[in-house]
Design a binder for this molecule. Structure first.
Ligand SMILES: [Zn+2]
Length: 360
């Protein structure tokens, strides 16, 4: 792997697992003094851009319209084929100006003919490249209509690209409940451990720049405790929490708190347990070192992340694929290059290819 791509991969990993670097105490390299003058100029320019981007009157920077030449279509929730009461919104996510991922946010209509909804997960933050949270709220209002209500956000885990819209959604629907696993609790409700470490001081040059420009959130998001519904244990039913027909299963590894949600239609909303990438930029190999074949879909659970445990993640993947006590037919990941998800048989093949079940 060349130096550029490995740096890009490292930065991606750091961005994605921003919430957890504090936990692991990971230290990132400081720039050398030779870089300092150039860095100062770049940071000064970036700070000016950042100031512009956070000035509400200059709404160009918060627009969801194409910006800096990137065509960003207005997203909307569309019905998911074969899944009654389930809708998907495909949000483009510019991790940096040069790297686009997608986020698939799902909305569940809680009762047939009703107008109460839950969503999984909550998208990314508003950044100069894409007004994520704003866009998510707008699309939700369109789906819900004037009488509809967002009652629950089902978090698979608390990484940045899963909680970015929470602040806006809570403002828009003040009674909304946010459901998540107990292992995520300290990072969502404790300001001292929340999801925004001091990037200026701790990040690599690229990350500092990214933060200054505003691609990363400036302030920690802290979930007000009254919105929190904390799930303890290994799994259960959400009916008693007001989400009928949905069960949850704790499948850690990508993060200690990671859970998936299974709908009564047999669909698993898989979060990051089974990220599916197609030629991810800057990533040339699977976590076990095997090269990614261009054009071929690969299951990449992002186990290179700072807070991930590759062994635990492999066990979770293997369990989801093969454990007969987990009843499901189709999985829809949060980052899905295919946009189609996988049947259980297809998923089992991908898991086998990934080597997750080796020796089990
Ligand atoms: Zn994640």
């Amino acid at each position: 792997m060349n130096r550029n791509s490995s740096r890009k991969q490292r930065d991606l990993a750091q961005i994605h697992s921003l919430a957890k670097t504090q936990r692991t105490g990971a230290k990132m390299a400081k720039p050398t003094s030779r870089r300092a003058p150039a860095l100062a100029v770049v940071l000064a320019l970036a700070a000016a851009l950042g100031a512009l981007s956070s000035t509400p009157e200059l709404s160009l920077f918060r627009s969801s319209a194409p910006f800096w030449g990137w065509p960003v279509p207005r997203g909307r929730f569309e019905p998911v084929d074969g899944a009654p009461l389930l809708y998907r919104m495909d949000l483009p996510w510019f991790v940096t100006p040069f790297h686009k991922e997608t986020l698939d946010v799902f909305a569940i209509r809680l009762h047939k003919g009703g107008d109460e909804f839950a969503i999984t997960d909550a998208g990314g933050y508003d950044t100069p490249l894409h007004a994520h949270a704003t866009e998510l709220e707008r699309a939700l209002r369109e789906l819900l209509g004037s009488s509809g209500k967002l009652t629950h956000v089902l978090l698979t885990h608390g990484h940045l690209d899963h909680i970015g819209g929470l602040g806006r959604l809570i403002k828009a629907w003040p009674d909304v409940k946010v459901i998540f696993h107990e292992a995520e609790l300290p990072f969502l409700v404790d300001a001292t451990r929340a999801h925004s470490p001091p990037w200026y001081a701790a990040g690599s040059v690229g990350l500092r720049l990214t933060h200054v420009i505003g691609f990363l959130p400036r302030k920690a998001f802290v979930l007000p405790a009254r919105h929190a519904v904390v799930l303890a244990g290994k799994g259960g039913d959400l009916t008693k929490h007001g989400v009928p027909g949905v069960t949850w299963t704790h499948l850690p590894g990508h993060s200690p708190s990671h859970i998936v949600y299974t709908l009564s239609s047999g669909i698993v909303l898989g979060g990051d347990i089974a990220d599916v990438l197609l030629d991810p930029p800057g990533v040339k190999a699977l976590p076990d070192g095997r090269p990614i074949v261009p054009g071929k879909v690969a299951l990449f659970t992002l186990t290179v992340m700072a807070d991930a445990d590759a062994t635990v993640a492999a066990a979770s993947l293997c369990r989801l694929a093969n454990d007969k006590s987990l009843s499901w037919q189709r999985i829809l990941p949060y980052h899905d290059a295919t946009k189609a998800g996988f049947t259980r048989a297809q998923f089992r093949t991908l898991v086998e290819e990934s080597g997750a079940c080796r020796g089990k």
